[in-house]
Design a protein around this ligand. Structure first.
Ligand SMILES: [Zn+2]
Ligand SMILES: [Zn+2]
Length: 252
């Protein structure tokens, strides 16, 4: 399985907005799709799974999809919970801020086709098995366990300390990587607790729960604190914990 953090800042180094590109055809979240992919890459993408509707995870969806208006012959599939789909329709795809969901189509096809999912559910998408597990965030949010025949990668999305995903992870012997929220440096642990994100301090606590077969990739680093977080992680000198490069393909 191939995984890339889609870039979303001018220097390409930081992750301001959240999207992960998997095997060229599947995206987890739509924060960066309109800014960090080439047009050819945008056209190859066929399905998107939304973990929650916070702005950094959905903001480029309307721009991405209308950029493809002339070229789509089949819809891009949009996997989202009923509550997130409702939020997208109400607050984003309306005539006040963009184009209403009801007219999001060209002469050949609807541009986006909504596929609902719920916590605990597994579904097939782009040749992969995806399982959604609710995590601990300020709104309903789902981690995604993504599996092919030989490996599995877990994306926690935005979350603080949680247990159910680690139970599922421990039952998955082919788990190779965990992409886990690491928003804040140690000094902002309290802010992390309130906003339900991990800091370096709480991630170290959470690490005990994560199966040892998996490398743990810290993601969703707030751009302002990226260098500080990298320095703190380096000081831990824990080979299990890695800060991945934005824009680089990782193979599992
Ligand atoms: Zn969030
Ligand atoms: Zn976020």
């Amino acid at each position: 399985m191939k995984v890339r953090i889609v870039p979303s800042t001018r220097d390409g180094r930081h992750q301001l907005l959240t999207s992960y590109l998997i095997n060229d055809t599947l995206a987890v979240d739509a924060g960066a799709l309109a800014v960090g992919l080439t047009h050819e890459e945008q056209k190859r993408l066929r399905s998107i799974v939304i973990t929650h509707a916070h702005l950094d995870h959905i903001i480029s969806l309307p721009l991405y999809i209308t950029d493809l208006f002339d070229e789509l012959r089949e819809p891009v599939r949009l996997f989202a919970t009923p509550s997130d789909f409702e939020a997208l329709k109400t607050y984003i795809f309306n005539f006040r801020v963009w184009i209403d969901w009801s007219i999001l189509k060209n002469d050949h096809t609807e541009l986006l086709h909504w596929v609902p999912y719920e916590a605990g559910q597994s579904f097939e998408v782009e040749g992969l098995k995806v399982t959604a597990i609710q995590v601990s965030h300020t709104v309903l949010t789902h981690a995604l366990l993504v599996e092919d025949e030989t490996s599995a990668v877990l994306f926690t999305s935005d979350t603080g300390a949680t247990d159910r995903i680690w139970q599922l992870a421990s039952e998955c012997p082919k788990l190779r990587a965990v992409y886990i929220d690491l928003s804040f440096p140690a000094a902002l642990t309290e802010l992390g607790r309130v906003s339900q994100h991990h800091s370096v301090t709480t991630l170290v606590e959470e690490l005990q729960k994560i199966p040892r077969t998996a490398t743990v990739y810290g993601i969703h680093l707030k751009p302002l604190y990226r260098d500080q977080i990298i320095a703190e992680v380096a000081a831990l000198d824990n080979p299990r914990l890695v800060i991945p490069e934005v824009g680089k393909d990782y193979h599992f």
